[in-house]
Design a protein around this ligand. Structure first.
Ligand SMILES: Nc1ncnc2c1ncn2[C@@H]1O[C@H](COP(=O)(O)OP(=O)(O)O)[C@@H](O)[C@H]1O
Ligand SMILES: CC(=O)OP(=O)(O)O
Ligand SMILES: [Mg+2]
Length: 415
């Protein structure tokens, strides 16, 4: 690894602990943001990606005036090593894990089962429960646990708070949460719809209401969180009533590498006739399916480029992706009965005008359309892309899972 010089300002001496470090550990990445809860500023953000591979990449971005962006490559063996690397980067900026201004570390934990309806200060009992849920989120929960355990090693005195992706979905009624399988079998194995990306759905549904100048309690909204993982949520008056991910983050929309909905019999067919093991089918549906499986590419930018050049495989992958979105929009409209807004968020939702246009194509009858000029206009921030006076607002609403996690964490621990 090659280091570069840093110019860290002297740490403030008089402020109390008002910083939260947010960690979002994915299966092979660790994203982090240090947030000043007094000002909302982010003294540092960054990510470690390709953890465990031959060459990992570390990108650390201090806030303006605190130093310059640093990028390194080299092997980062696991999530423990990743967090130690992050700690060193933060120390170099004078805001290390030993900083007296650090109030807590907030961790995104993907699966909280039915137990965690709120964020939790981590203790041995919480760790044991997250561990018990590993079989339901094998890609995510082990990484989340590694992040928490290393953070506890590095700062045993500091509160660690777990914020669960599933928590926002615990209001989903039984009629939507239960699968139609034998009740005793389902209960014995905790089989039900849990839903994920809840922190994002909660934040974006509230921000959408704000954009409309309304109280979240008065607004019905469909949120489409379209990142590498993708899910839809129907939110009535601030409460989630339906979502597309289920027992695990595999169900629902077409994703970067995950299939989303398939007939469950596909699994038995591949095992009986295709000679695959359960683990092989699991790996196929989670990591070699979705956009990647359809056209060899999971980056929507690249798919759009190939589609524009007439590449039929990329065109079909895009069409399948958009078709699934339309199907869910129609279904969730029916679930809600009345729809005030459709909100697009995350990497694809915030940046792809083509996906937004295709997702509502032909839905004019439902009052859903995008205005070509608004939809393609550059600019960040929450904004409407539907035509003026539209019956249903269509909006781009950037998600901020890190700020939401920081707020929930700080609320629990602030002095
Ligand atoms: N300008 C863009 N146009 C289309 N897709 C984009 C654009 N920028 C980012 N994306 C897509 O966003 C996805 C990543 O979204 P993101 O929310 O960062 O994912 P995650 O947090 O799940 O890793 C990638 O598929 C990428 O292609
Ligand atoms: C739950 C989930 O799918 O998360 P991500 O999109 O970060 O993979
Ligand atoms: Mg994400």
């Amino acid at each position: 690894m090659n280091a570069s010089s840093v110019h860290a300002p002297p740490p403030a001496q008089d402020a109390g602990p008002d910083h939260v470090l947010v960690l979002n550990s994915g299966s092979s990445s660790l994203k982090y943001q240090l947030i000043d809860m007094t000002t909302g500023a982010r003294p540092a953000t960054g990510l470690v990606e390709r953890i465990g591979e031959e060459t990992s990449r570390v990108v650390h971005t201090p806030a303006a005036g605190r130093g310059s962006r640093r990028e390194r490559s080299g092997r980062v063996a696991d999530h423990h090593a990743a967090l130690r690397t992050v700690a060193r980067e933060l120390s170099a900026d004078g805001v290390g894990l030993d900083s007296p201004r650090l109030a807590a570390i907030g961790h995104r934990v993907v699966h909280g089962g039915q137990v965690f309806t709120e964020p939790a200060v981590v203790d041995e009992g919480v760790l044991a429960e997250i561990e018990r849920l590993v079989p339901l989120a094998p890609l995510h929960n082990p990484a989340n646990l590694a992040g928490i355990r290393t953070a506890m090693d590095l700062r045993p005195d500091l509160p660690q708070v777990a914020v669960f992706d599933t928590a926002f979905h615990t209001t989903i009624p039984q009629a939507a949460a239960r699968y139609a399988i034998d009740v005793d079998t389902a209960d014995a194995h905790r089989v039900r719809r849990y839903g994920f990306h809840g922190t994002s759905h909660a934040y974006v549904s509230r921000a959408t209401a704000r954009l409309l100048g309304k109280d979240p309690a008065d607004v019905n909204v469909i949120v489409l969180h379209l990142g590498n993982g993708a899910s839809a949520a129907a939110v009535r008056g601030g409460c989630c009533v339906e979502t597309s991910m289920g027992l695990t983050p595999l169900e629902g929309l077409v994703m970067g590498t995950r299939s989303g909905d398939v007939d469950p019999a596909v699994v038995f067919h591949l095992m009986r006739v295709g000679g695959m093991s359960a683990d092989e089918v699991d790996e196929l549906l989670n990591t070699r399916s979705g956009l990647l499986g359809l056209c060899g590419e999971n980056d929507m930018r690249e798919i759009q480029r190939r589609r524009a050049e007439g590449d039929q495989q990329a065109g079909l992958a895009f069409d399948i992706y958009a078709h699934r979105l339309r199907k869910y929009i129609g279904a969730y409209y029916a679930v809600l009965g009345r729809l005030d807004a459709l909100a697009f968020t995350a990497g694809v939702g915030e940046n792809s005008a083509q996906v937004r246009e295709a997702a509502v194509a032909g839905l004019d009858g439902l009052g859903l359309a995008v205005d070509a000029e608004r939809n393609t206009a550059p600019g960040g921030g929450a904004r409407l892309v539907s035509p003026p006076g539209a019956r249903v607002a269509v909006a781009v609403v950037p998600t901020d899972e890190e700020m939401e996690i920081a707020n929930q964490t700080y609320t629990l621990v602030k002095p």
